[in-house]
Design a protein around this ligand. Structure first.
Ligand code: ADP
Ligand code: TYD
Length: 208
Protein backbone atom coordinates (compact mmCIF):
# COMPACT_ATOMS: atom_id res chain seq x y z
CA UNK A 1 0.00 0.00 0.00
CA UNK A 2 1.26 3.47 -0.84
CA UNK A 3 2.16 5.21 2.39
CA UNK A 4 0.52 8.48 3.14
CA UNK A 5 1.85 10.54 6.03
CA UNK A 6 -0.85 11.61 8.40
CA UNK A 7 -0.54 13.06 11.88
CA UNK A 8 -3.57 12.40 14.09
CA UNK A 9 -4.18 13.45 17.69
CA UNK A 10 -6.84 12.46 20.22
CA UNK A 11 -7.95 15.06 22.73
CA UNK A 12 -10.58 15.39 25.41
CA UNK A 13 -11.07 15.35 29.15
CA UNK A 14 -9.71 12.60 31.38
CA UNK A 15 -11.63 9.36 30.98
CA UNK A 16 -13.31 10.33 27.71
CA UNK A 17 -11.92 7.27 25.94
CA UNK A 18 -8.99 8.80 24.03
CA UNK A 19 -6.52 6.01 24.78
CA UNK A 20 -9.05 3.33 23.93
CA UNK A 21 -9.95 5.00 20.64
CA UNK A 22 -6.35 5.80 19.68
CA UNK A 23 -5.48 2.13 20.15
CA UNK A 24 -8.52 0.99 18.18
CA UNK A 25 -7.73 3.30 15.27
CA UNK A 26 -4.11 2.11 15.18
CA UNK A 27 -5.30 -1.53 15.05
CA UNK A 28 -7.81 -0.78 12.29
CA UNK A 29 -5.31 1.08 10.12
CA UNK A 30 -2.63 -1.60 10.64
CA UNK A 31 -5.11 -4.28 9.60
CA UNK A 32 -5.56 -2.31 6.37
CA UNK A 33 -1.81 -2.46 5.79
CA UNK A 34 -0.79 1.00 6.98
CA UNK A 35 2.41 1.59 8.90
CA UNK A 36 1.26 3.22 12.14
CA UNK A 37 3.11 4.68 15.13
CA UNK A 38 0.91 4.90 18.23
CA UNK A 39 2.26 7.29 20.82
CA UNK A 40 1.17 9.50 23.72
CA UNK A 41 1.78 12.70 25.64
CA UNK A 42 3.22 13.60 27.96
CA UNK A 43 5.78 11.03 26.83
CA UNK A 44 6.28 9.15 23.58
CA UNK A 45 10.09 9.24 23.64
CA UNK A 46 12.52 8.15 26.40
CA UNK A 47 13.31 11.74 27.43
CA UNK A 48 9.68 12.82 27.37
CA UNK A 49 8.68 9.79 29.45
CA UNK A 50 11.15 10.97 32.11
CA UNK A 51 9.48 14.39 32.09
CA UNK A 52 6.09 12.67 32.32
CA UNK A 53 7.07 11.22 35.67
CA UNK A 54 8.14 14.65 36.89
CA UNK A 55 4.81 16.27 36.04
CA UNK A 56 2.32 13.50 36.78
CA UNK A 57 3.68 11.93 39.95
CA UNK A 58 4.42 13.47 43.32
CA UNK A 59 3.03 16.56 45.03
CA UNK A 60 0.33 18.32 42.95
CA UNK A 61 1.69 21.76 43.95
CA UNK A 62 5.24 20.87 43.07
CA UNK A 63 5.41 23.14 39.99
CA UNK A 64 4.10 26.61 39.27
CA UNK A 65 1.75 26.92 36.32
CA UNK A 66 4.50 28.51 34.25
CA UNK A 67 7.06 25.81 35.07
CA UNK A 68 4.49 23.21 34.15
CA UNK A 69 3.97 24.80 30.71
CA UNK A 70 7.73 24.65 30.15
CA UNK A 71 7.91 21.00 31.22
CA UNK A 72 5.03 19.89 28.98
CA UNK A 73 6.51 21.86 26.08
CA UNK A 74 9.98 20.40 26.69
CA UNK A 75 8.46 16.92 26.67
CA UNK A 76 6.60 17.70 23.42
CA UNK A 77 9.75 19.03 21.75
CA UNK A 78 11.62 15.82 22.53
CA UNK A 79 8.64 13.72 21.39
CA UNK A 80 8.54 15.68 18.14
CA UNK A 81 12.28 15.41 17.49
CA UNK A 82 12.74 11.76 18.43
CA UNK A 83 9.45 10.09 17.54
CA UNK A 84 6.91 12.11 15.55
CA UNK A 85 9.03 13.82 12.90
CA UNK A 86 11.16 10.77 12.02
CA UNK A 87 8.00 8.66 11.64
CA UNK A 88 6.22 11.20 9.44
CA UNK A 89 9.36 11.66 7.35
CA UNK A 90 9.39 7.90 6.78
CA UNK A 91 5.83 8.13 5.46
CA UNK A 92 4.21 6.52 8.50
CA UNK A 93 0.91 7.47 10.11
CA UNK A 94 1.36 8.91 13.62
CA UNK A 95 -1.46 8.66 16.15
CA UNK A 96 -0.87 10.48 19.42
CA UNK A 97 -2.97 10.27 22.56
CA UNK A 98 -2.93 14.04 23.39
CA UNK A 99 -0.81 16.81 21.87
CA UNK A 100 -0.64 20.62 22.12
CA UNK A 101 -4.40 21.13 22.58
CA UNK A 102 -4.04 19.47 25.99
CA UNK A 103 -1.55 22.16 27.07
CA UNK A 104 -3.85 24.86 25.64
CA UNK A 105 -6.64 23.53 27.87
CA UNK A 106 -4.97 22.17 31.00
CA UNK A 107 -2.20 24.73 31.45
CA UNK A 108 -3.96 27.46 29.46
CA UNK A 109 -7.18 27.72 31.43
CA UNK A 110 -7.04 25.79 34.70
CA UNK A 111 -4.62 27.91 36.71
CA UNK A 112 -5.37 31.40 35.48
CA UNK A 113 -5.49 32.68 31.95
CA UNK A 114 -2.20 31.44 30.50
CA UNK A 115 -3.43 30.55 27.02
CA UNK A 116 -1.34 33.34 25.43
CA UNK A 117 1.83 32.00 27.04
CA UNK A 118 1.04 28.47 25.89
CA UNK A 119 0.43 29.64 22.32
CA UNK A 120 3.60 31.78 22.23
CA UNK A 121 5.75 28.92 23.45
CA UNK A 122 4.09 26.52 21.02
CA UNK A 123 4.85 28.82 18.09
CA UNK A 124 8.46 29.18 19.21
CA UNK A 125 9.29 25.58 20.09
CA UNK A 126 6.83 23.22 18.39
CA UNK A 127 5.28 24.95 15.39
CA UNK A 128 3.29 22.02 14.02
CA UNK A 129 -0.33 20.94 14.37
CA UNK A 130 -1.83 17.54 13.65
CA UNK A 131 -3.57 17.08 10.28
CA UNK A 132 -6.56 15.68 12.12
CA UNK A 133 -7.65 15.96 15.77
CA UNK A 134 -10.44 13.87 17.25
CA UNK A 135 -11.97 15.59 20.24
CA UNK A 136 -13.71 12.88 22.21
CA UNK A 137 -16.60 14.66 23.90
CA UNK A 138 -17.85 13.30 27.19
CA UNK A 139 -20.07 14.22 30.12
CA UNK A 140 -17.54 15.14 32.88
CA UNK A 141 -19.28 13.10 35.59
CA UNK A 142 -19.05 9.97 33.46
CA UNK A 143 -15.49 10.76 32.35
CA UNK A 144 -14.33 11.25 35.93
CA UNK A 145 -16.02 8.04 37.03
CA UNK A 146 -14.28 6.14 34.25
CA UNK A 147 -10.90 7.79 34.90
CA UNK A 148 -10.96 7.18 38.67
CA UNK A 149 -11.97 3.56 38.17
CA UNK A 150 -8.59 2.98 36.55
CA UNK A 151 -6.90 3.69 39.88
CA UNK A 152 -3.32 4.48 38.77
CA UNK A 153 -0.61 6.58 40.40
CA UNK A 154 -1.19 9.44 37.97
CA UNK A 155 -4.17 10.96 39.72
CA UNK A 156 -2.72 14.43 39.86
CA UNK A 157 -4.92 15.96 37.19
CA UNK A 158 -7.95 13.78 37.67
CA UNK A 159 -8.10 14.82 41.33
CA UNK A 160 -8.95 18.36 40.17
CA UNK A 161 -12.57 17.19 39.95
CA UNK A 162 -15.72 17.73 37.99
CA UNK A 163 -15.89 21.56 37.86
CA UNK A 164 -12.56 21.75 36.17
CA UNK A 165 -13.47 18.96 33.75
CA UNK A 166 -16.64 20.88 32.86
CA UNK A 167 -14.63 24.01 31.98
CA UNK A 168 -12.18 21.94 30.03
CA UNK A 169 -14.93 20.22 28.05
CA UNK A 170 -16.29 23.64 27.04
CA UNK A 171 -12.74 24.69 26.14
CA UNK A 172 -12.20 21.68 23.90
CA UNK A 173 -15.52 22.31 22.12
CA UNK A 174 -14.58 25.97 21.58
CA UNK A 175 -11.21 24.90 20.23
CA UNK A 176 -12.95 22.56 17.76
CA UNK A 177 -15.20 25.41 16.60
CA UNK A 178 -12.14 27.63 16.09
CA UNK A 179 -10.34 24.94 14.05
CA UNK A 180 -13.00 23.27 11.90
CA UNK A 181 -10.50 22.08 9.27
CA UNK A 182 -8.45 20.15 11.80
CA UNK A 183 -10.77 19.16 14.65
CA UNK A 184 -13.68 16.73 14.63
CA UNK A 185 -15.84 16.27 17.73
CA UNK A 186 -17.03 12.71 18.35
CA UNK A 187 -19.57 11.69 20.99
CA UNK A 188 -17.64 9.51 23.46
CA UNK A 189 -20.66 8.44 25.53
CA UNK A 190 -21.59 5.77 22.98
CA UNK A 191 -20.35 2.16 22.96
CA UNK A 192 -16.63 1.74 22.20
CA UNK A 193 -17.44 -0.02 18.91
CA UNK A 194 -19.69 2.79 17.67
CA UNK A 195 -17.19 5.53 18.47
CA UNK A 196 -14.40 3.49 16.84
CA UNK A 197 -16.42 2.91 13.66
CA UNK A 198 -17.11 6.63 13.24
CA UNK A 199 -13.45 7.55 13.82
CA UNK A 200 -12.25 4.87 11.39
CA UNK A 201 -14.54 6.06 8.61
CA UNK A 202 -13.59 9.72 9.13
CA UNK A 203 -9.91 8.77 8.99
CA UNK A 204 -10.36 6.63 5.87
CA UNK A 205 -12.03 9.60 4.20
CA UNK A 206 -8.92 11.69 4.93
CA UNK A 207 -6.63 8.98 3.58
CA UNK A 208 -8.49 8.77 0.26
P1 ADP B 1 -8.78 8.49 28.41
O1 ADP B 1 -7.57 8.04 27.68
O2 ADP B 1 -9.55 9.53 27.64
O3 ADP B 1 -8.53 8.94 29.80
P2 ADP B 1 -9.52 5.67 28.41
O4 ADP B 1 -9.54 5.25 26.99
O5 ADP B 1 -8.37 5.29 29.25
O6 ADP B 1 -9.78 7.27 28.51
O7 ADP B 1 -10.89 5.15 29.05
C1 ADP B 1 -11.17 5.30 30.44
C2 ADP B 1 -11.91 4.06 30.94
O8 ADP B 1 -13.20 3.99 30.34
C3 ADP B 1 -11.20 2.76 30.59
O9 ADP B 1 -11.36 1.89 31.66
C4 ADP B 1 -11.92 2.28 29.35
O10 ADP B 1 -11.90 0.88 29.22
C5 ADP B 1 -13.33 2.80 29.55
N1 ADP B 1 -14.01 3.22 28.30
C6 ADP B 1 -13.45 3.86 27.25
N2 ADP B 1 -14.35 4.11 26.28
C7 ADP B 1 -15.53 3.63 26.74
C8 ADP B 1 -16.87 3.58 26.20
N3 ADP B 1 -17.17 4.11 24.99
N4 ADP B 1 -17.82 3.02 26.95
C9 ADP B 1 -17.53 2.51 28.16
N5 ADP B 1 -16.30 2.50 28.73
C10 ADP B 1 -15.31 3.05 28.04
P1 TYD C 1 -3.22 11.03 30.20
O1 TYD C 1 -2.29 9.94 30.56
O2 TYD C 1 -3.66 11.15 28.78
O3 TYD C 1 -4.48 10.95 31.15
P2 TYD C 1 -5.95 10.47 30.85
O4 TYD C 1 -5.84 9.10 30.26
O5 TYD C 1 -6.56 10.48 32.20
O6 TYD C 1 -6.59 11.43 29.94
O7 TYD C 1 -2.60 12.44 30.59
C1 TYD C 1 -2.21 12.66 31.89
C2 TYD C 1 -2.62 14.02 32.38
O8 TYD C 1 -1.73 15.02 31.87
C3 TYD C 1 -4.04 14.42 31.99
O9 TYD C 1 -4.74 14.74 33.17
C4 TYD C 1 -3.84 15.67 31.18
C5 TYD C 1 -2.49 16.16 31.59
N1 TYD C 1 -1.80 16.96 30.54
C6 TYD C 1 -1.60 18.32 30.74
O10 TYD C 1 -1.99 18.88 31.76
N2 TYD C 1 -0.97 19.04 29.79
C7 TYD C 1 -0.50 18.49 28.63
O11 TYD C 1 0.08 19.19 27.77
C8 TYD C 1 -0.71 17.08 28.43
C9 TYD C 1 -0.22 16.41 27.18
C10 TYD C 1 -1.36 16.35 29.41
Amino acid sequence: MTERRLFISFEGIDGSGKSTQARRLAETLRAQGHDVVLTREPGGSPGAEEIRRLVLEGEPDRWSAETEILLFTAARRDHLEKTIRPALDAGRIVITDRFADSTRMYQGITRGDLRGTVDDLHRMMIGVEPDLTFIVDMDPALGLQRALSRNGTEERFESFGEDLQTRMRAGFLALAAENPGRCIVVDGTRAIEDVAAEIASLTEARLR
